[in-house]
Design a protein around this ligand. Structure first.
Ligand SMILES: Nc1nc2c(ncn2[C@@H]2O[C@H](COP(=O)(O)OP(=O)(O)OP(=O)(O)O)[C@@H](O)[C@H]2O)c(=O)[nH]1
Length: 403
């Protein structure tokens, strides 16, 4: 089943009284959609995986970690952890987090589409130009916008479309299809060290994107899931960074290895890796600085850290996660290119999704970067960080936009 079919199926399971679930929207309903503040609640949803996961270091172990984590995120959300809790309830909770976190983007997309379709008369060259502009404005990325409009030119269904909602449905289906096609073989799993040895995860990204916060959230998740966690405060560049990480450490009840202000970050990393290995910690998260005198220095610093980690634990780091701030749109993409070119990024953490009205960045990252989004941040609380689920994301973004 394709991603769009999953989307449709989820939509058909939504409460029947929902306005947005009606098979066909009237013109006036359609025009007023973007002004509607009412949020629909989803009911049962599918758990079918969208794409195959490949290349796990140790499939059984990764599965075990993932299960422990899933169980804990539900507990964090104050769901009763009773034996009787059904899969539907767990899934609904996950979908609710996505629904709430994507509210701004959903409304933003609806407004852009409605503005674009308000002038719809016929599918001509102006139509495609306006469409490209609309998509670029939603942070879908220039390449993806052109790709969508090029493919839609060939689409007979679009050429014959008379009603605005049909046009809109064809466009969204095309976006979802292209997104899915770009994600074949994408590996969204977290990788862990085999045989219970220490897993090292390095976080990179420019300053202010949410690295320290993400580490705090993950530390708390894994710690509560029963794993022993150690943090390394290797961002010695920014005065408050170590303190901030220590606060997260205290909150999560997790120790932090820190150096003096302006100390060599590599020495902090060395100390932390040695401690993690010798004391058999399950997982070490390494916070790094996002701001040095220039990019070359920044990249050299990261390289040096990696060498030190590898000297102590040869198969580490098991993940290099690039943290990107979703509200910065094209800037985030530029950063991704910079880091991808110079460090071996294995995945992306997309933060502040709750703060943007242009959720299209997820499409641009997959289309242009071919890097998997592994985690997504919907707020500042530990429980607001979620594993990235493409089907939940697509549904949360478009559920009110497809008839
Ligand atoms: N709304 C929202 N805010 C977030 C999210 N993630 C992080 N933040 C906020 O973003 C701000 C910056 O986060 P930090 O974790 O300090 O960023 P950093 O990348 O470590 O910054 P440097 O230490 O300067 O490199 C903080 O105020 C966080 O609370 C999120 O998913 N949603």
């Amino acid at each position: 089943m394709g991603l769009f079919d999953i989307f449709r199926k989820k939509k058909n399971n939504v409460e029947p009284e929902s306005t947005t679930n009606s098979e066909s929207l009237s013109e006036s309903q359609f025009e007023t959609l973007s002004q509607s503040n009412s949020e629909t609640t989803t009911s049962s949803a599918l758990t079918q995986p969208v794409m195959e996961q490949v290349g796990l270091v140790d499939e059984r172990e990764a599965d075990e970690w993932s299960k422990a984590l899933d169980k804990k995120s539900e507990a964090i959300h104050d769901l009763p952890e009773s034996e009787s809790e059904s899969e539907d309830e767990i899934e609904r909770n996950e979908q609710q987090v996505y629904d709430e976190g994507l509210k701004k983007s959903r409304t933003g997309f609806a407004e852009r589409f409605n503005r674009f379709l308000a002038n719809f008369r016929t599918v001509d060259e102006d139509f495609f130009e306006d469409l490209e502009e609309t998509l670029v404005g939603a942070d879908v990325g220039f390449d993806m916008a052109i790709k969508i409009s090029d493919e839609l030119r060939e689409e007979v269904k679009l050429a014959n479309a008379k009603r605005k909602e049909d046009v809109r449905d064809v466009i969204i289906k095309k976006m979802v299809d292209l997104y899915e096609a770009d994600g074949v073989n994408e590996d969204t799993q977290m990788h862990f060290a085999p045989n219970g040895s220490t897993t090292v995860i390095l976080f990179v990204g420019v300053n202010g994107v949410g690295k320290t916060t993400t580490i705090g959230k993950l530390a708390s998740k894994y710690q509560q899931a029963g794993k022993s966690v150690l943090l390394a405060a290797a961002d010695t560049f920014r005065a408050g960074a170590t303190k901030q990480l220590q606060e997260w450490g205290e909150r999560a009840n997790v120790p932090v290895v820190a150096g003096k202000e302006k100390a060599d970050p590599a020495s902090v990393v060395f100390e932390a890796v040695a401690k993690a290995r010798d004391e058999h910690y399950d997982i070490l998260f390494v916070d790094t600085a996002g701001r040095l005198q220039n990019n070359v220095n920044l990249m050299q610093e990261l390289e040096k850290m990696k060498r030190i980690i590898q000297r102590e634990i040869p198969d580490a780091p098991h993940e290099v996660l690039l943290v990107l701030d979703a509200t910065t749109g094209q800037n985030a993409l530029q950063q991704a290119k910079l880091f991808k070119d110079s460090s071996d990024v294995t995945g992306i953490v997309l933060t502040k999704m709750d703060g943007t009205a242009k959720g299209g960045i997820v499409f641009a990252i997959r289309n242009e970067m071919h890097l998997p989004v592994k985690w997504i941040g919907f707020g500042e609380k530990a429980s607001d960080l979620r594993e990235f689920k493409p089907e939940e994301f697509v549904y949360g973004l478009f559920k009110e936009l497809v008839s």
